[in-house]
Design a protein around this ligand. Structure first.
Ligand code: AMP
Length: 110
């Protein structure tokens, strides 16, 4: 069964895409937790940060997160989050990097 994010990447499920390249796709989160909330998702369906991920792809996802933060005009800062596993709050089993910004974010998370 393809993951939800594979179905979004293939276009079967619509999304508001803000960036894409040969290794990843970035689209707006359907339930944004900040004025800007996008997800950087590898085309390769790695289940989580614990999955089959190499340093090159991991680094690329982070560089894209930074690039998209710049595209979104988050000059005052932003937060990059990877939820991993049930205790980490991961709900979609396809690795994704959250980029949140556009308001002052509090710490610690819940
Ligand atoms: P996580 O809880 O870290 O696994 O994050 C999954 C994220 O996917 C949540 O922030 C959801 O709001 C988001 N999400 C779920 N379905 C969709 C969808 N169809 N389009 C965009 N974002 C989605």
């Amino acid at each position: 069964m393809p993951t939800l994010f594979e179905r979004i990447i293939s276009g079967e499920i619509p999304s508001d895409r803000v960036y894409e390249d040969e290794r990843c796709v970035v689209f707006r989160d359907i339930a944004p937790q900040a004025p800007t909330h996008v997800l950087v998702v590898p085309r390769k369906p790695v289940p989580s940060l614990e999955g089959d991920l190499d340093a090159s792809l991991a680094g690329h996802l982070l560089m894209v997160a930074r690039h998209v933060a710049h595209l979104e005009g988050l000059s005052a800062g932003y937060r990059v989050v990877i939820n991993c596993g049930s205790d980490g709050g991961q709900t979609v089993d396809h690795l994704h990097v959250h980029v949140l910004g556009g308001r002052t974010l509090t710490w610690p998370p819940g």
